[in-house]
Design a protein around this ligand. Structure first.
Ligand code: 13P
Ligand code: SF4
Length: 303
């Protein structure tokens, strides 16, 4: 990275008491300027713990909204307003309301990768790492899982006795991986273990040695005595490989596993956001935010 920008960002962060959060899928030059890195919900929790007055969220919109829901008095800025997660909007809040009207005894479970407006309509949120534990405790004639069909069917398969209806959304990045991609990767690296994100489809997940969130994949890779194929967005392997020269990690389809929305954030956009020249401050309606927080609080209570 241009050291001039790096120095200016460092100086402005200090002068404006701004904390920079970056999801692990961000490019290495963003990870380098971040104060806190991690997976989506961990960032929101860490921002709350840091008591930051102002944060810049290098990620996508639902992640910035999660920070705002947990820390309503913090100024939360998304440096690139167009950075959104397509999956987070694959069901509308109106559709959830209609479903609840027709199924008043059902429980609606929302993956954390959803908009604040969707979280506000649901009963409980889950992360990819807490989904199984939380759903195991739910008792209802029907459970609607939104929006990810892959994480949803991963959960559904574990609880055949529960009536789980899975919405048809998907992550356009992880869902591109095919079983053939996995067979090829395993042939190329027969000594390696395979870790994947549960947003991959089930024909992919069934070949894995572990399926979990960004943080769980990182923990698995770091504690593995064997090489690991990193079956999630390329940024995770970009982070693991140079930081662990004593270990062997392989990319899985790096040409496919790139989230374009995540990569929209650059040091230049962060600098402009720090100067107040661009970016969008996340403003949430108080009542909506409180309803969304209720779903997150339920997740924390059950998880
Ligand atoms: P994590 O919560 O595992 O970081 O997932 C974020 C994401 O966007 C996965 O595609
Ligand atoms: Fe959304 Fe998939 Fe990108 Fe994650 S990787 S932000 S789920 S599109």
């Amino acid at each position: 990275m241009n050291t001039g920008i790096y120095e200016e960002i460092k100086r402005l962060k200090k002068e404006t008491s701004t904390v920079i959060l970056a999801h692990t899928y961000q490019n290495p030059e963003i990870i380098d300027i971040a104060d806190i890195t991690g997976d989506s919900f961990a960032l929101a929790k860490k921002a709350l713990a840091a008591g930051a007055k102002r944060v810049i969220m290098c990620g996508v919109r639902f992640m910035a909204e999660s920070v705002k829901i947990l820390s309503p008095d913090t100024e939360v800025i998304l440096p690139v307003p167009e950075a959104t997660c397509p999956m987070a909007e694959m069901i509308s809040p109106e559709r959830v309301r209609e479903y609840k009207k027709n199924n008043p005894d059902a429980i609606v479970v929302a993956y954390i990768n959803t908009t604040a407006a969707l979280k506000a309509e649901c009963d409980v949120c889950v992360t990819s790492s807490s989904a199984l534990k939380i759903v195991s405790q739910l008792d209802a004639p029907e459970i609607l899982f939104i929006p990810d069909k892959n994480l949803g069917s991963f959960v559904q398969e574990k609880f055949p006795d529960k009536n789980i209806v899975v919405w048809d959304g998907y992550c356009p990045v992880h869902a591109q991986i095919t079983e053939d991609d996995i067979i090829k990767a395993k042939k190329e690296h027969p000594d390696a273990l395979l870790a994947v994100h549960p947003e991959c489809n089930k024909d992919v997940v069934k070949h894995s040695h572990m399926a979990g969130s960004t943080a769980e994949i990182i923990d698995f890779a770091l504690s593995s005595a064997k090489p690991v194929i990193i079956g999630t967005e390329k940024g995770v392997a970009d982070y693991l490989i140079p930081n662990n020269p004593d270990k062997t990690f392989y990319y899985l389809c790096p040409e496919k596993l790139v989230c374009r929305d995540m990569k929209l954030t650059t040091p230049e956009t962060v600098l402009k956001a720090l100067k107040g020249e661009s970016g969008e401050e996340i403003i949430l309606d108080r009542a909506l935010s409180e309803k969304a927080k209720h779903s997150i609080d339920e997740m924390l209570r059950l998880g």
